[in-house]
Design a protein around this ligand. Structure first.
Ligand SMILES: [Mn+2]
Length: 274
């Protein structure tokens, strides 16, 4: 059995299939982890969702990214802002839209495999949370996405504040902080406040800001974590964290890393940039 973590697919279904060919993915015994942003920008978002849904939760582990939440927001009908580069209509206009959206709402924001000793998140985790705290915080948001009135979530979870974690945060503010960490985070200030604006490479980072994985005293520092979301960082291992977003939709690459066996082996495939 092999376990592969794959970076942001963003609707690049054909390349995902080619990558599975390259790694000789065996759908009987292997497992793949998709680090979020399964949809948008690329041409075949609906096919990516159908693939993950049809494979089932034992074979494909998924965490939600900001683009996946953007799709859910648009599916509610109460949020109707689409960027001109959005390609989520392939899902919104699909005959099986309802099925795909219901499936997407059941997915996690954080995944942890105790036996492998690996976790997965789309963006990042704040320094204050241990792995088990990440799991608990993620479940708070996951529970709301499963409610009958799940659409309400999308009325409240936009904005860059609160920036600082406190166990006293409650209500939508608490869910917004958690969602921002797991789906948008790249940098934190030295004092732990989230910085959600700068998206560039760490070598150009503003003073007193750190990559989330470089935060001093990060409680999850000794744990293996794979993440996506950060195409300007590029792929690579940083301490015990593994960056997987190689900018598939920007004419870059789609990347997989095998995480069940050392040395960790990386696989990339060039994406057809049209
Ligand atoms: Mn993202």
């Amino acid at each position: 059995m092999a376990v592969y973590a794959i970076g942001d697919v963003q609707g690049c279904f054909d390349e995902l299939m080619q990558l599975l060919d390259i790694i000789k993915f065996d759908s009987v015994i292997d497992q793949i982890w998709l680090s979020g942003d399964l949809v948008n920008r690329g041409p075949k978002s609906a096919d990516v969702l159908r693939f993950a849904m049809d494979m089932g939760p034992e074979l494909v582990k998924v965490v939600l990214g900001n683009h996946d939440l953007h799709l859910l927001a648009n599916a509610t009908g109460i949020c109707n802002y689409q960027n001109r580069m959005d390609t989520i209509s392939s899902v919104l206009e699909a005959d099986d839209k309802d099925e795909l959206i219901i499936w997407l709402r059941q997915q996690h924001l954080f995944h942890h495999d105790e036996k492998l000793s690996f976790s997965m998140v789309h963006a990042g985790v704040p320094a204050e949370w241990s792995i088990s705290e990440c799991q608990q915080r993620a479940m708070e948001v996951e529970a709301v996405l499963k409610l009958d009135n799940w659409h309400e979530f999308f009325l409240y979870i936009y904005g860059n504040a609160p920036k600082q974690w406190s166990e006293d945060l409650t209500g939508w503010n608490r869910l917004l902080y958690i969602t921002n960490c797991f789906t948008r985070l790249r940098y934190c200030h030295s004092d732990g406040r989230l910085e959600l604006k700068f998206k560039g490479h760490p070598k150009n980072r503003p003073k007193h800001q750190h990559s989330w994985f470089d935060m001093p005293n990060r409680k999850s520092n000794n744990n293996n974590i794979v993440f996506g979301h950060w195409s300007t960082l590029g792929i690579g291992q940083y301490g015990n964290t593994f960056s997987l977003d190689s900018g598939a939709v920007w004419g870059g690459f789609l990347t997989a890393v095998r995480i069940d066996k050392r040395p960790y082996k990386w696989f990339t495939i060039q994406v057809n940039s049209k």
